[in-house]
Write a protein that binds this ligand. Structure first.
Ligand code: 13P
Ligand code: SF4
Length: 368
């Protein structure tokens, strides 16, 4: 079954034997299965997951940390990945063949990752080669499909996460004259701008129109930004920043670099999920913060730091809906399937794709 069918198929797959349980019964059963399977089971959980799931994670981290932890784990036979599809694919690529990666709900995709498909990317590359010759290195945010990682690995490039993007962009520009940055234009633009590359040396690649968008001498282009974005982080606006500045003049604003450039520019700090968490942890008691990132994480930070005033930069913000697909019933269902020997929702990247994607991931992992 293709990913689109998986994402749109009926959700009624969770049997009544699970949906009829109370929350406490479900929690107790998860604990029981975790005890039974011990180290043969590993549950990584991304920071954007709901509390009902994160309470059972064996490791909680951002996408870089979870990739590193998955690569190191050699004991688990089953890895039940509480995150989104591209993260589970990355775990499968980095783990051994006898380790099975499971995504509790196949509809847990990432709208940004879906904004670059492999056919668009190959078409773009052909055109860019015609325009620039062999002067471009591709970089892809880990929020991309395994096929895109494979394409990037095959063409000498690497993956990046929000916590190592600066280092990786610097490395890439030491390798070639210009980079193609997929699929998040905002992370690419914010990172390149922080490194001192002027906005007028950045172009956009529009995958729908299959064309380069740039005004000026194209030989000056240093960064080609794929026209993709995160539909969650794009919801933070300059208006939100103005409102916080008016209503809470002492409040510091910290945002994820998936936010638009103008929002990042007007904020006090920007950085990866890990950077945001560490900044709040290290902030003095009594300090106040408006955070521009995913809502499950913001809510958790509010609970964990009652001595600090914390709000969402956008008061009407929702959680990432695809991250939210993973809930307690889906987690329990995946675990029951393991116990019953009928494992479902296995994420398996084919060997050819995996071989090249590993090059891209390893070029990143050896530099962080
Ligand atoms: P991190 O790389 O910070 O974990 O972010 C992943 C993500 O999906 C952000 O939207
Ligand atoms: Fe994808 Fe955005 Fe959700 Fe992160 S927050 S998983 S980039 S849609």
């Amino acid at each position: 079954m293709g990913l689109l069918e998986e994402l749109t198929k009926d959700t009624g797959m969770i049997p009544e034997s699970i949906t009829s349980l109370s929350v406490v019964e479900m929690e107790n059963r998860v604990k029981e299965i975790k005890n039974q399977l011990g180290k043969k089971l590993f549950i990584p959980g991304h920071h954007y997951q709901k509390d009902e799931v994160i309470q059972f994670a064996d490791a909680v981290g951002d996408s870089l940390q979870l990739a590193q932890i998955s690569a190191q784990n050699k004991e688990a036979e089953h890895i039940v990945f509480c995150g989104v599809h591209f993260m589970a694919e990355t775990a499968d690529i980095l783990t051994d063949d006898n380790q099975v990666v499971i995504l509790p709900d196949m509809r847990a995709g990432c709208s940004m990752a879906d904004m670059a498909d492999i056919y668009q990317t190959e078409n773009a590359w052909d055109k860019l080669m015609e325009l620039f010759g062999d002067s471009i290195i591709p970089l892809t945010y880990v929020n991309s499909t395994a096929a895109i990682k494979s394409f990037v690995g095959k063409n000498g490039g690497a993956t990046v996460t929000s916590s190592n993007a600066h280092k990786m962009v610097k490395w890439a520009l030491g390798e070639k004259e210009r980079i193609l940055f997929l699929p998040d234009q905002h992370l690419g633009r914010n990172t390149a701008a922080d490194l001192g590359i002027p906005l007028n040396e950045m172009a956009i690649w529009d995958p729908i129109r299959n064309e380069l968008v740039f005004d000026g001498d194209i030989q000056k282009i240093k960064v080609i930004l794929w026209k993709g974005h995160c539909s969650v982080h794009e919801n933070f606006t300059v208006e939100n920043v103005k409102q916080v500045r008016n209503e809470h003049p002492d409040m510091k604003i910290i945002v994820h670099p998936e936010c638009r450039r103008e929002v990042v520019e007007k904020s006090d700090l920007n950085g990866s999920t890990k950077f945001i968490i560490e900044t709040i942890e290290n902030a003095p008691s009594g300090s106040s913060w408006a955070i521009g990132t995913e809502m499950n994480l913001v809510k958790r930070l509010i609970q964990q730091h009652p001595d600090k005033k914390i709000i969402s930069l956008n008061p009407y913000m929702c959680p990432c809906l695809t991250m939210n697909r993973i809930d307690l019933p889906h987690l329990l269902w995946s675990l029951e399937n393991i116990v019953n020997g009928k494992v479902e929702n296995i994420i398996k990247v084919n060997d050819e794709v995996s071989t090249n994607a590993i090059f891209a991931l390893e070029r990143m992992l050896e530099r962080v």
